[in-house]
Design a protein around this ligand. Structure first.
Ligand SMILES: *Cc1c(COP(=O)(O)O)cnc(C)c1O
Length: 390
């Protein structure tokens, strides 16, 4: 059986946890390992301030509070994303405004943003799907002109770059996920990246249940008290200890995933050339190199029916391939809380046709060959062809 994902444990996770428990004797939040993880993120990514959170969802919730989303405020985002991108803003009374994606990268189409802006618009949330960068220069320029916040949902994008800079550090804030399905994991986990120092003080207060506890520990105030809204956004040292072991292996993990991505790409290219399937966007189809952090490898089938048949064919052969997302604008909560701007034709069409193939750190190259053999076998029997992507 080849699973879609197999969480990778590097080896130091459990001894780190033992250190947190026995050596440091501190297992609530904001201890040695939390500080090490935050320092790693700040130094590696080049961002002024990083705060660990329970999840990317929690980091998005903090971001929504930090940009002071009020009931009725609009937040522009793709519909082709995970629910938390929208939910974090809906919790503050915000209204998600869904725009279509580009058919090449499956990222928010930046040319649709201006049309979606109204006097109530407060923020734009680009989601870097599969770790592939959104058009950040264009998005940031529009945000600047209309005085909007940019919050990058970089849940899938740790260590991916846009024009030499790390994703999550290009907007006002960025959010990361360390959920077990992502490249670098701590079971559940996340981080908020603050790219503008002016958010840091309030962010620390929100993080610590609305208290000025961090100022107190730094000796800046003589008692700590309730000063703002907030929640318990900080994870335990047990999580941070686990995460630190993973962060130290980030480059190794991502390099391997990118090699597997490249292998899939080159093996599936003949099928794409025959227009049987579509392949993910790469920077330059000639060098076919992974344009991201190798988070997801997907193919695009001709139709929903073909995708279902291919999933079934792979399953019969012990291979687990999956799809996502049900577009948010067509989900019950999306209809209730959000609205659309323009038609969402690419979102609707591609969400029926994207198929994600197994990709995980410990996957063997022979397993990639095995998956591709089964896909080729399927298309030998089928005479369908994918309508060209663009
Ligand atoms: C995984 C994911 C999230 C949620 O991350 P959690 O850490 O599970 O909260 C949010 N947005 C996107 C795009 C994701 O892929």
């Amino acid at each position: 059986m080849i699973p879609y994902n197999r969480p990778f444990i590097g080896g130091k996770e459990l001894s780190n946890i033992a250190q947190a428990v026995i050596k440091y004797g501190h297992i609530s939040g904001d201890g040695v390992f939390t500080k090490r993880c935050q320092a790693w993120l700040q130094e590696t990514l080049g961002c002024p301030r990083a705060l660990l959170t329970h999840s990317c969802t929690a980091a998005l919730e903090m971001a929504a509070i930090l940009c002071d989303i009020q009931p009725g405020d609009e937040v522009i985002m793709p519909s082709y994303t995970f629910v938390s991108t929208a939910n974090a803003f809906v919790l503050r009374g915000g209204v998600p405004v869904f725009v279509d994606i580009r058919p090449d990268t499956l990222n928010m189409d930046e040319t649709l943003l201006e049309e979606a802006i109204t006097p109530r618009t407060k923020a734009i949330v680009p989601v870097h799907y599969a770790g592939v960068p959104c058009a950040m220069d264009e998005i940031n320029a529009i945000a600047k002109e209309y005085k909007l916040f940019v919050i990058e949902d970089a849940a899938q994008a740790l260590l991916s770059k846009y024009k030499g800079r790390f994703l999550g550090t290009l907007g006002h804030m960025g959010t990361l996920s360390f959920h077990e399905t992502k490249n670098i994991i701590s079971g559940e986990g996340g981080a908020l990246l603050l790219n503008d120092e002016r958010f840091a003080e309030r962010a620390e207060i929100l993080w610590e249940k609305g208290t000025n506890r961090k100022k107190f520990f730094r000796g800046e105030v003589d008692k700590y008290t309730w000063v703002d809204v907030g929640s318990s956004f900080l994870p335990s040292e047990i999580i941070a200890a686990f995460l630190h072991a993973q962060l130290e292996m980030t480059e190794t993990i991502i390099n391997k995933r990118c090699r597997l991505f490249d292998l899939y790409y080159s093996l599936l290219e003949p099928l794409a050339r025959k227009e049987k399937i579509g392949l993910p966007w790469v920077e330059n189809a000639l060098d076919r190199t992974c344009p991201s952090n190798g988070h997801i490898f997907y193919i695009v089938t001709a139709s929903l029916e073909e995708r279902s048949a291919l999933i079934e064919h792979l399953k019969t052969n012990g291979i687990h391939a999956v799809f996502h997302y049900i577009p948010l604008h067509s989900s019950p909560a999306g209809k209730k809380f959000g609205r659309t701007s323009g038609d969402l034709n690419f979102t609707t069409d591609l969400s029926d046709r994207v198929l994600r193939l197994p990709l995980f750190y410990e996957m063997a190259e022979e397993e990639v060959h095995g998956v591709v053999d089964r896909i080729n076998e399927f298309y030998e029997k089928s005479d369908s062809g994918v309508s060209r992507l663009v």
